[in-house]
Design a protein around this ligand. Structure first.
Ligand SMILES: [Zn+2]
Length: 236
C-alpha cells in the first residue's frame, strides 16, 4: 500500500479516479504548472475539467462570513475615476460592499460548471478535486488572511475549513443543487462524485486533506505543510 511522507510531492493516499474529474483550483498563476504536474501524476491527462476561482472554495459557501472583515465606511472606500466603472480604491482594510453578491455569483458559476461536467461526461464524473494553496492572495485581499501573519498550521487549517465547508455543501445538496437534469427531467448522474480536498504549498507539494466517501483501503493521514519562500510574482 502506498504511504505518504512529509516530502512526497504528490500524495497517493486515495484511490485514483476511474473516469472523469472536475478540478476546482485558485486562479493563482504561480501554481498552474505544479497543478498540471499533480494531475498528470494521478493519470488524469485529458481527463479533467478545470474550474478556477479566486481562493478556490473561498466564496462558494457561507464559511467566509465567519472571517468577514469590517464593512468599508464611506470615507474608506471611494470610486476611482481613473479605473473602469465600479472600481474602488481601498483606503483601509475592509470588504467591498458587493462582496456577498460577488461570492453568490461565484457559487452559481461553480454549480453551473459542475452541471456542465456532468452533462459533457454523460454522467461519468467520478471525482471532484478541490485544491487550496498556500499564500493565497484572494484570502489576503477579501478576508485579510495574510499568509505571513499565520503559522503554517493555522494557514493549513483555514484552507481545510473552507474546502470542508464546500464538501459538506455538495454532500448535502448534490441531488437538488449540483446535479443536472436531462431532457426527460431525469438526473444526469445518480451517484455523487467522490470529493477530494488538497492543499498545495508554494513548491508544488500537495497534501491530501480528505476524501469523501473515504477509501476503505487508504486511510488519510494529513502531513504537516512546510512553509516555503514566496515566489516573487503577482498573487491571486
Ligand atoms: Zn489563491
Amino acid at each position: 500500500m502506498p504511504t505518504r511522507t512529509v516530502h512526497m510531492t504528490h500524495p497517493e493516499s486515495y484511490d485514483a479516479p476511474k473516469k472523469y474529474v472536475l478540478v476546482l483550483s485558485c486562479v493563482d498563476a504561480r501554481l498552474l504548472d505544479d497543478l498540471v504536474g499533480f494531475l498528470d501524476h494521478d493519470n488524469l491527462t485529458n481527463r479533467y475539467y478545470h474550474v478556477t476561482l479566486p481562493g478556490t472554495s473561498l466564496g462558494l459557501t457561507d464559511r467566509w462570513k465567519k472571517d468577514r472583515p469590517k464593512p468599508c465606511k464611506e470615507n474608506q472606500q471611494k470610486p476611482n475615476e481613473n479605473l473602469p466603472v465600479g472600481s474602488f480604491v481601498r483606503k483601509e482594510p475592509c470588504y467591498p460592499i458587493d462582496l456577498e453578491d460577488q461570492f453568490a455569483r461565484w457559487r452559481l458559476t461553480f454549480i453551473d460548471q459542475v452541471k456542465a461536467a456532468l452533462i459533457l461526461t454523460e454522467g461519468q464524473l467520478t471525482d471532484i478535486y478541490i485544491v487550496q494553496h498556500e499564500d493565497c492572495g484572494a484570502f489576503r485581499f477579501y478576508m485579510e488572511k495574510n499568509s505571513s501573519d499565520m503559522s503554517d498550521n493555522d494557514e493549513l487549517e483555514m484552507h481545510e475549513s473552507y474546502s470542508q465547508a464546500l464538501v459538506d455543501d455538495i454532500k448535502a445538496s448534490f441531488r437538488e443543487v449540483y446535479n443536472a437534469i436531462d431532457t426527460n427531467c431525469i438526473p444526469v448522474q445518480e451517484k455523487m462524485p467522490r470529493l477530494h480536498t488538497f492543499y498545495m504549498d508554494l513548491r508544488g507539494h500537495v497534501t491530501h486533506l480528505s476524501t469523501y466517501p473515504k477509501d476503505k483501503s487508504k486511510p488519510t493521514a494529513k502531513s504537516k505543510a512546510t512553509k516555503t519562500p514566496s515566489k516573487p510574482s503577482v498573487r491571486n
